[in-house]
Design a protein around this ligand. Structure first.
Ligand SMILES: [Zn+2]
Length: 132
């Protein structure tokens, strides 16, 4: 499960950030999860919890997770759309293998296959709050 690897990466990034900002104790962390990463939020929380608890810096931190919805933008006409606008089997397939999105999706307005992923990719820490 890639949730475990991600949780470890997030936990170590939070600790590093805390050190950099000279925070002795982190009170709140907000993590954004891109929709395209297909992360199971419950598994992710389950993996992150013991990692945070095992470090005194993050032991008391409140963790907020938010899924960032995918947003695509047409390079030709500028139309923006997301997975909510794609229905049926096609959407399921693209969800499962985001790399093939370009082969299967077209701009809903001008039908161009030339688009970029604006949002919904990757995992990052939106912010950390803590006491110095
Ligand atoms: Zn277009």
């Amino acid at each position: 499960m890639h949730e475990w690897a991600l949780a470890e990466a997030v936990a170590s990034a939070v600790i590093k950030e805390a050190e950099k900002r000279k925070k002795k104790r982190i009170t709140k962390v907000k993590v954004m999860l891109g929709e395209l990463q297909q992360i199971d939020v419950d598994s992710f929380k389950f993996a992150l919890d013991p990692l945070f608890k095992s470090n005194p810096v993050t032991a008391k931190a409140e963790v907020e997770l938010e899924i960032e919805k995918c947003m695509l933008k047409c390079n030709l006409c500028g139309e923006e759309w997301g997975f909510d606008d794609v229905t049926g089997e096609e959407a399921e397939f693209i969800h499962f293998i985001p790399e093939v999105a370009h082969a299967y999706m077209k701009c809903p307005k001008c039908k161009s296959p030339d688009f970029k992923i604006v949002r919904g990719r990757g995992v990052w820490i939106e912010y950390i709050k803590g006491d110095s």
